[in-house]
Design a binder for this molecule. Sequence first.
Ligand code: GTP
Ligand code: MG
Length: 393
Amino acid sequence: MSLSIALAGKPNTGKSTFFKAATLVNVEIANYPFTTINANRGTSYVRVPCPCTQLTTRCGHCMDGVRFVPIELVDVAGLVPEAHKGRGLGNTFLDNLRQSEAIINVIDASGGTDIEGNVLGAPSHDPLEDVTLLESEISLWITGIIEKNWQRLAKKAQLEHNIVQVIATQLAGLNIEARQIRNAMQKLGLLDIPPESWGHEVIINLSQQIRKVAKPILIAANKKDVTSFENISRIAGAYEDVVATSGEAELALRLAQQKGLIAYVPGDTHFTIVKSLNQQQKTALERLQKFVSEGGTGVQKCLNVTVFDVLRYIVVYPVEDEHRWSDKQGRVLPDALLIREGGTAKDLAFKVHTDIGRGFLYALDVRTKKRLGEHHELKNGDIIKIVSTSRAK
Ligand SMILES: Nc1nc2c(ncn2[C@@H]2O[C@H](COP(=O)(O)OP(=O)(O)OP(=O)(O)O)[C@@H](O)[C@H]2O)c(=O)[nH]1
Ligand SMILES: [Mg+2]
């Protein structure tokens, strides 16, 4: 399964617009709350420099040296206060976050919509409230799941000394590992405190910690095209992981590119007009040109920051022919795989194919021709040949 990232937040902030711009899947967009009810899923990409720029010819899998590595993006229904109790589309929204490794909290940085996503006459809502809403709803949702049958489970766990396992079982299906639960308990000093004595507040604190490690959040300060500089700097000053975005500008660029009007590579801070345009198109694109040149639309940056800075993934390139950097069919750099920082040569072998992992003998760094053992930690951009007793089909 590929890495999955969710777009979430209060209604009407631009999640579906961001999603459509990033995936080109045609979804409904409208200026009122709860336009999206069922989650939309699609393939988007993170952008990296392709190693084929070190060769004399391009690999054929990149856009002139810019490589796009696939991830899954999920656009979920908006959430309102008390969503964890089922208010609004509460449970639908939360259920769609289960498989996501990280969440992009798309907020309306302009302050033009209230906490339920209704359009205000003038920008008057504090966008910082949109940030706390998502964090607290997810934490309370986790709390609710842990607290199901808590008295009975806590008693049993106390006797059997397996509280981490008990909570992991409660949270099964949320893509949360036992290691992350132990981590959260350790941070709060809960490992030696009998679970029967924890109480509601302690479980809320624990849920917040689990949320931080298992569902990290990056903030997309969206609608930056209509947001004051002051609002963006307040949000960026209050939180660590913030990217200012305009999903609408990115969508306009991607659609113009799709129609062959412009040459644009997602993430660039420029584009060129390649077709003669009517006056209306020309004016619209010229306005966009100025906007894009001042740092880009932020959509690609948002995805890259989530995958590489928040989740700390790296990209590695498995090949079979160490001289041509290709597979057996001669396709140069055919795959780009995302693995966690700290991942080893053997982890990559398993990612390529379970049989290749099982039969792992050694790996080869094709640039240096050095042999790498199973525990060797890979680096971002490595091109690796795996030598295994088993061969890929
Ligand atoms: N100015 C501006 N408007 C935007 C931007 N992104 C989205 N919008 C507008 O905001 C409104 C809501 O957009 P959607 O993408 O439907 O928002 P959503 O968050 O998916 O909404 P729900 O599904 O109802 O939760 C639409 O009128 C969009 O055109 C942006 O970057 N800038
Ligand atoms: Mg939507």
